[in-house]
Design a binder for this molecule. Structure first.
Ligand SMILES: [Zn+2]
Length: 402
């Protein structure tokens, strides 16, 4: 069956063009046309903008965004947590997110959610899951990690996650904001040697590697090892940014969650030491992001959804924050579509609106270059050509609470 979606403009994953028609046949886009053409089977979206479905390159499906999400997980059975994680995946999809990368869960639950969605047992975006994050003993968020020390143990940890079905590998190269008072975000955790072994093992199995790294030293360690993305990267300097750009290593700056913790954490009762760490990094992350923009470091949008104050399905906030900090809107839109899709390894046409690509599309009411918040209100979400949200049709009444 062929359906033609017509809108005032189309962002194709790279650039915006006016007055386009996107022709969808089954699960594929078969053509993108100008304003002239047949009127048959046209869905008129008016002043809307059609975009590729959004991609969130950093989420934690087992976490709920509450003040202490690890305590919620610890208080429930793994089965209950799995149901909640699946509901959160669906929340992403209904918000126009067609792919997420899960960078740390308990008991490989995010891998199970990915499999359940693939098998048609649950409805959600494509989930590229790391399983447990590989972290040193007592390392950053070891509650969603697999602790390993020394080259042999780290190699085993990576092999074990791949055995469980991990499609990517997450490594903790530095400390972080969430953690005990003594954990410093800038402190090196997995060593350069441990990171090198882990990346070698992951790449030989065809898995991409995400390295959580705040300080320059930990970022350099991750780059030396060959990591594919730097998560957070809050103290990126110019030489390191230039190196990332040259090597095509992505930055996933997770700007919105840090701002949300600083703005809302105190009222929600977050520990003072965590708030102090977040406040210390706030201006540094903005500077790092500017450095990344200046050096044209490849960007992917990630929300760290599930960490305190950060609910699921809000990737539009990350794109809006990028723009607030001076990022050109089309660069931010690329980070939330084609950039993320490429980092997740979803294929050359993923995150694009062009002939031959999967029909994973959204439409939003207005021009997101003028007002990124329109991305929060998709009037159309297609996954493989199937309408998930379609305001021109009748809406399903039920939505999950997650
Ligand atoms: Zn994270």
């Amino acid at each position: 069956m062929t359906v033609i979606y017509r809108a005032a403009r189309v962002f194709d994953g790279q650039a915006m063009t006016a007055n386009r028609r996107v022709v969808v046949e089954g699960e594929r886009i078969v053509d993108v046309l100008g304003d002239d053409g047949p009127e048959r089977d046209v869905v008129e979206l008016g002043e809307a903008t059609i975009l590729p479905g959004l991609v969130d390159a950093h989420v934690h499906l087992v976490w709920d965004g509450s003040v202490a999400p690890e305590s919620v997980v610890a208080s429930e059975s793994a089965v209950r947590t799995s149901f909640r994680a699946a509901a959160r995946a669906e929340a992403h999809l209904r918000a126009g997110v067609v792919a997420v990368r899960d960078l740390g869960s308990t008991e490989a639950l995010a891998i199970e959610v990915a499999g359940a969605i693939d098998a048609g047992l649950a409805r959600g975006p494509r989930v590229v899951a790391a399983g447990r994050a590989v972290t040193m003993t007592g390392g950053h968020v070891h509650c969603i990690g697999r602790e390993a020390d020394g080259a042999d143990a780290v190699r085993h940890a990576v092999r074990a996650e791949i055995k469980f079905g991990a499609e990517c590998i997450k490594l903790m190269a530095s400390g972080g904001i969430l953690g005990p008072p003594g954990e410093l975000p800038g402190a090196v955790q997995l060593t350069a040697g441990e990171l090198a072994v882990a990346v070698d093992e992951a790449h030989r199995a065809g898995r991409g590697v995400a390295a959580h790294a705040h300080s320059v030293e930990s970022i350099v360690n991750a780059l030396d090892a060959g990591a594919d993305s730097i998560e957070h990267g809050s103290r990126l300097d110019a030489p390191t940014a230039a190196r990332m750009a040259d090597a095509g290593v992505y930055l996933v700056p997770t700007l919105a969650p840090l701002r949300s913790i600083c703005a809302n954490g105190r009222a929600l009762g977050m520990p003072p030491d965590v708030l102090a760490k977040a406040t210390d990094l706030l201006d540094l992350t903005a500077e790092s992001f500017h450095t990344a923009l200046a050096h044209q470091v490849p960007l992917a949008a990630g929300t760290d959804a599930g960490v305190p104050t950060q609910r699921h399905g809000l990737v539009w906030q990350e794109l809006a924050t990028m723009v607030q900090l001076g990022c050109p809107p089309e660069v931010a839109l690329r980070a939330g579509t084609a950039g993320g899709a490429r980092l997740l390894g979803l294929g050359d046409t993923a995150g694009r609106v062009l002939a031959g690509a999967r029909a994973d599309l959204i439409a939003v009411p207005g021009d997101p270059r003028d007002d990124p918040s329109v991305l929060a209100r998709p009037c159309l979400v297609l996954l493989d050509g199937n309408p998930i949200v379609a305001h021109h049709r009748e809406e399903p009444a039920w939505t999950s609470r997650c």
